[in-house]
Each structure stands twice: as structure tokens, then as C-alpha cells.
Design a protein around this ligand. Sequence first.
Ligand code: ADP
Ligand code: MG
Length: 231
Amino acid sequence: QKARLVINEARAKGATEVVEFQAQEVLRAYNLPTPNTVLARSSDEAVAGADKIGYPVVLKIASPQISHKSDVGGVKVNLPDAEAVRNAFFDITARAQRLRPEAYIAGCLVQEMAPKGCKEIIIGFKRDDQFGPLLMFGLGGIYVEILKDIAFRLAPLGRDDAKAIIREIKSYMLLKGVRGEPPINFQAIEDILLTMSELSLDFPEIQEAEFNPVLVNAEKAVVADVRITLS
Ligand code: ADP
Ligand code: MG
């Protein structure tokens, strides 16, 4: 019901995209693992948030008009202390202001860092007028564009479909672990795929959703970035 509220609110505003901080609420309503995140409107709030979350943290530009944050230098990871957070806040907001003068800058999201050595995965769906939601799974981060190593399935997805789609990508062996690396937590990724399938069927007005990246290691997975586009 919380998810419904968030989506309705975004639609009422006439938005075609749900802002990240709100989209996280949708994920939490579906019990999806999200990193601890606070919205900071000032550098003081950013430091207070980081103190609470624990270092190192990530800072991300928070603006309804900026959905590809890295494109404007809007993401800084691995910030070790309060001073780094303060500088990053000024840096990120000033740069965004300069590069996107029309954008309303709410501040920055302060976010818990995922543990080292995580693999980046992308999980999403696009709604097809004829066939309904088409789910997508692949290696995330910088690899998406370069390798185009992505597998597709129409919703609804069952556990067996989730297992199969994961095995379909060429980089599957990377996820199983190379050179004595442990395999990623496959069940956690299957769970996220199944939830994405559910989300796509529960909300016909969501045109596209993308978790990129989902950060996963041998223990767990977290959805570190989410984009929800409405029709
Ligand atoms: P965008 O896709 O809008 O540029 P992201 O939130 O995906 O911004 O962040 C860009 C990159 O920063 C991610 O692909 C990931 O490599 C890294 N990153 C983002 N959030 C975290 C996090 N919580 N922990 C560790 N790395 C992160
Ligand atoms: Mg991203």
C-alpha cells in the first residue's frame, strides 16, 4: 500500500519518473534490500547523515531532473570522513547546478557503501504494449553498454525462470566465481528478479523499471540504484 501511495503521488504531480528517494520507498515496501540512505539538504545534514550511517559513505545528487547522476559527476563513492563528505556535497551540488542550470537540486543522498568486491548486476523490465512486461537481467555498471550481455523473459517469472535467465548470460561463469572466488548469492538475485516480476504486474502504470546496479557478493545483494518510469 505504501508502494501504491508513492506511485500515485508521483503521478498526481504529473511526473514521468519517480525520484530515487521515493522509489526506494517502493523497494522497501516490497522488502527489497536497499542500502541505508538519507536525504541531505545541506552539507551539515550530509555529515550528520554520514555519522549516523557510518563511514565510508556514498554521496549522490538528488534532483528530479537528473536521473543519470554520473553524467554530471553526481556520484562520489568511498568517502572516508566528515571532511570528505562536506567537500563532496559542495562539489556535487555546484557541478550539477552548473551543468544543469534548469534542474531543481534538492541536495544529496547519503548512502551506505556496499562491501568491497561486489559484482554489479542490472535487473529491470520494459513494458511492451503487446506482450506485457519484458524482464531483463545482465551484468551491470559499465559493462551493460559495452558487453550487451543481457537475457530477457516475459513476466510472470517463476523460480525456475529466474534460475534459467541468470544462467543465460555469457558472464554467468563470472558470477559463479573465477580463480577461487566464491559464487555470488544466487538466491538473493533470484528473489530480486521474482520481486521485479511482481512489481511489473502490480503496477501497469510503470512503463520501465531498472535496478542498476544491484551489488552482490557471496553473502547478500543490495539495490544501490533504482529508476522507475511511469507511462
Ligand atoms: P547513476 O546510475 O545515476 O549514475 P548510481 O547510483 O548507479 O548512479 O551510481 C553510479 C555507480 O556508483 C554505480 O554503478 C556503482 O558502481 C557505484 N555505487 C553506487 N551506489 C553505491 C553503493 N551504495 N555502494 C557502492 N558503490 C555504489
Ligand atoms: Mg545506476
